[in-house]
Design a protein around this ligand. Structure first.
Ligand code: NAD
Ligand code: MG
Length: 388
């Protein structure tokens, strides 16, 4: 690395839940290993200004053009370059002095940042799982070709990544992703008919942004993660299992051919997988909470209720079909979650809308990036005009 030994990190989506946790990791590090080199956000520009003042990055990008003007005037004279729009994000990640990009943007909006970073040969710490759900094949091909690489930030995938080092790739039998079960674990379909956004947003173990919180309540989050695992670790659908583990301490497991199961454990605190992706291959002391395994406690594992939470099987279906199916499912889900949060559809309409879009979308087994964006736009329109 040029200059000193610290890593220049660009945080995309720095005002969100993952973005703020990443800055807390950087703050704890105190500039020893990690230098915040760039930040990006879409809205909440006041928070971005505050972050820029605290971390003095080389540049920041504001994707919402209206907010960019306000940020520029506030940071006048601070010596921080203010870029705007999607081009601003691209410039930030491609900068020759950018070493690692943490992609913590929510939704398909994160895809271009990942693609630009990989194309420029950067290491991408990927929280934006939608990147792989929408365009897994294209992104993984690009990672192989462009000299860049992906490191998982999602806690389950970080756990799998860590456990995989216990054996050779050919010795892996399957991976087992854990799921907290979300706030509605144990409920029947009937009981979910009238749940409100407030109830769906109340996650029992994790504090996260609104979209992923609703995804955790429908189990769509696990569906997206199953697809994410398929691409990150090159797995067959039969090699990916899901088990509900409400304590969220065992973050996932890998079973090897000899029957050994290797797990990674830590309290539910995203700062640990974020830090690991930023300092990998090194491990260092950080701000994350620790578990005390010497006190008495027990863990629960149970199979997921696939009837009450049909989203999970949509993930398996998409994993088998490939092509445009991931882009269709992801966009339908983003649009449906937004409508649920705006109270124009009910909770159970989310899987219904996703099912309908998947069934009717113009499937293409080998789409280009352009084709994927067309499917994305079409799926969003379908859900927007959906009457219930
Ligand atoms: P969030 O809603 O809290 O934050 C999203 C960030 O993205 C914000 O900074 C926002 O300004 C930015 N953003 C929103 N729309 C944008 C757009 N159109 N263009 C550019 N930037 C945009 O979300 P979050 O909970 O931090 O999640 C971020 C990503 O990380 C998601 O893909 C999520 O699935 C993944 N993830 C989150 C958690 C968690 O604990 N929150 C855990 C694992 C994975
Ligand atoms: Mg996760």
């Amino acid at each position: 690395m040029p200059g000193d030994s610290s890593t220049n990190v660009v945080v995309l989506g720095s005002t969100g839940s993952i973005g703020r946790s990443a800055l807390s990791v950087a703050e704890h590090d105190g500039g020893k290993r990690l230098k915040i080199w760039g930040l990006s956000a879409h809205s909440r520009w006041e928070d971005l200004v505050e972050q820029a003042r605290e971390f003095s990055p080389h540049a920041i990008a504001v994707t919402d053009p209206q907010s960019a003007a306000s940020v520029r005037s506030r940071l006048n004279g601070a010596g921080i370059q203010v870029l705007s729009g999607a081009e601003g994000v691209e410039e930030l990640v491609r900068h020759p002095e950018t070493h690692r990009v943490l992609n913590a943007i929510v939704g398909a909006a994160g895809l271009n940042g990942t693609i630009a970073a990989l194309d420029a040969g950067k290491v991408v710490a990927l929280a934006n799982k939608e990147t792989l759900v929408v365009a897994g094949q294209i992104v993984m091909d690009l990672a192989k070709k462009g000299g860049g690489s992906l490191l998982p930030v999602d806690s389950e995938h970080s756990a799998i990544f860590q456990a995989l080092s216990s054996g050779a790739r050919s010795e892996v039998r399957r991976v087992i992703l854990t799921s907290s079960g979300g706030p509605f674990r144990g409920r029947t379909r009937r009981e979910l008919e009238n749940v409100t956004p407030e109830e769906a947003l109340r996650h029992p173990t994790w504090k996260m942004g609104p979209k992923i919180s609703v995804d955790s309540a429908t189990l769509m989050n696990k569906a997206l993660e199953v697809i994410e695992a398929r691409w990150l670790f090159d797995l067959e659908p039969e090699q990916v299992d899901v088990v509900v583990h409400p304590e969220s301490v065992v973050h996932s497991m890998v079973e090897f051919v000899d029957g050994s199961v290797v797990a990674q454990l830590s309290p539910p605190d995203m700062r640990l997988p974020i830090q690991y992706a930023l300092t990998y291959p090194d491990r260092c002391n950080g701000p994350s909470r620790r578990i005390d395994l010497t006190r008495a406690f027990s863990f629960t594992f149970e199979p997921p209720d696939r009837e009450t939470f049909p989203c999970l099987d949509l993930g398996y279906e998409v994993m088998r079909r490939g092509g445009t199916a991931g882009a269709a499912l992801n966009a339908a889900n983003e649009a449906a979650v937004e409508r649920f949060l705006n109270r124009t559809i009910g909770f159970l309409d989310i899987p219904r809308a996703c099912r309908a879009v998947l069934d009717h979308h113009p499937f293409d087994p080998r789409p280009s990036l352009d084709d994927l964006w067309k499917v994305d736009a079409w799926a969003r329109q379908e859900v927007a005009r959906w009457r219930i």
